[in-house]
Design a protein around this ligand. Structure first.
Ligand code: OOG
Ligand code: NI
Length: 447
């Protein structure tokens, strides 16, 4: 039997290849990676307790492989082919995000691994947006954009063949997997050559910068990659020293003893030279580098509280003032693992300690885990948030739309339309977290 390769291995190869390609395309991203690695190392050195916690939760190994990327596509056919491509890498659509709420004419999902082992090994995710052409008001322009998109194929012929081959056989040999990764990568490569003339670019750009970004190029270039840091405030502060210009404020919740959800910042998108048809030179601004610090996943109840507090805090112009203000507003949000657990604001993964293993027969379904935790039989580890907050963190979008905010509202959410284009339903992230918690409780004998 020919040796086969797992989805986890293919995803790992792919995320590595993507990172290398992006470092070549956007050298500043390589600098950002160095900065993040330096800061993570310093944090671990200065904080042995965190080091041990990450080690025990199997979080350390994946720290340096942790990345997400983002892409934007133009048609249902592109989106559904991506779904098939990512499935080969063990990445499935989770969550629905209506970015029209942030004034951006797209709706999105995140392709990511879903089971515990796959997430622990390599959690690589791709935030994937589908352009909502119906939101272009000018009918002739809308039709023109649709026609341009119909003409392109963002996948190489060989990539399509390999996807079909995999779907027929259910496996790849190592050689097929490497070829697949190389072919898949072509879809996300940057192209300096636009497929349209300058006037068309400008007209689409005037509708919304993102429309030009999606429609005017032959592929769906990766628009950013994002490593995970253990101290985003430090990375933000050090960026200028590394020659990187950070966006003004860190998005998301404030710094806390028990980090929650996701905090993000980025460097500003670059103005890059492009050639339009007819040999006109111009520039396009789309690609950037982002950093994230991930914390505990919140239950629906916790998320509701978070959304309320974030809305109350609003956004500030300078980071220091904004962070101090956030700290104040978020004082109403419990900041210890015990309280988060007791008030069911966040999700936890329960594990038996060796002492707990020894007394397993004394643990019964329905037992309150708290006394068992205090006795040292069980530990409850935060389940890390694996998803996104693009609407509440609309600042990432806005600061990369060149400052001029285009915050018009763009119609209603249309999850049903999105799923029709995708070719399947998206998974519900809250259900996934709840299942992870339930599985872990069952393993301990608590259910
Ligand atoms: C996607 C933005 C969403 C994040 O980290 O929230 C995202 C995009 O700019 O296409 O990546
Ligand atoms: Ni991002």
């Amino acid at each position: 039997m020919a040796s086969t390769i797992t989805a986890d291995e293919i995803r790992e190869q792919f995320s590595q290849a993507m990172s290398e390609m992006y470092q070549q395309e956007v050298p500043q991203y390589g600098t950002l990676l160095e900065l993040v690695a330096d800061v993570n190392l310093a944090v671990l050195e200065n904080n042995p307790r965190l080091h041990e916690q990450l080690l025990n939760a199997d979080e350390l190994a994946r720290l340096n492989v942790e990345r997400h990327g983002a892409i934007r596509v133009g048609t249902a056919r592109e989106l559904s082919t991506l779904r098939r491509m990512f499935a080969i890498m063990g990445m499935f659509p989770v969550g629905y995000y209506d970015l029209s709420q942030a004034g951006v004419p797209v709706h999105s999902t995140a392709f990511r691994p879903v089971d515990d082992a796959a997430l622990a090994r390599n959690p690589f995710r791709i935030f994937t947006s589908l352009l909502r052409l119906e939101l272009i008001e000018d009918a002739p322009l809308r039709e023109k954009a649709a026609a341009i998109l119909q003409r392109r194929d963002i996948f190489t012929p060989r990539c399509r063949e390999l996807i079909e081959l995999f779907e027929q056989t259910g496996e790849f040999t190592p050689r097929q997997a490497s070829e697949f990764v190389q072919q898949a990568l072509e879809t996300f490569r940057w192209h300096r050559q636009s497929t349209v003339d300058e006037a068309t670019y400008q007209a689409l750009h005037d509708q919304h910068r993102l429309i030009a970004d999606v429609v005017c190029f032959p592929g769906c270039h990766i628009n950013h990659l994002t490593p995970r840091t253990l101290d985003i405030d430090r990375v933000q502060a050090l960026m200028p020293e590394y020659g990187i210009a950070p966006k003004a404020v860190i998005e998301g919740p404030p710094r806390r003893d028990v980090p929650i959800l996701l905090r993000q910042t980025s460097f500003k998108a670059l103005d890059e030279p492009v050639r339009f048809t007819g040999e006109h030179q111009g520039t396009h601004t789309a690609r950037f580098g982002e950093i994230e610090q991930r914390g505990i996943a919140l239950t629906p109840k916790g998320r509701e509280r978070y959304d309320q507090l974030l809305a109350k805090a609003g956004t500030g112009k300078d980071n220091l003032t904004h962070q101090l203000h956030l700290q104040e507003v978020f004082q109403d949000f419990p900041d210890s693992e015990l309280l988060l657990r007791r008030q069911q604001l966040a999700w936890f993964r329960y594990r038996l300690t060796p002492a707990g293993e020894a007394h397993r027969q004394a643990i019964h379904p329905g037992d309150d885990p708290q006394p068992l935790i205090e006795r040292g039989w069980i530990v409850a580890q935060p389940i890390i948030y694996e998803d996104f907050l693009p609407v509440s963190a609309a600042g990432i979008f806005q600061s990369n739309l060149g400052g001029s905010e285009q915050t018009r509202s763009h119609g209603n959410a249309s999850k049903v339309d999105f799923e029709a284009a995708l070719g399947c339903e998206v998974l519900d992230e809250f259900v996934l977290y709840e299942q992870a918690q339930t599985r872990s409780k069952r393993r301990c004998g608590l259910l």
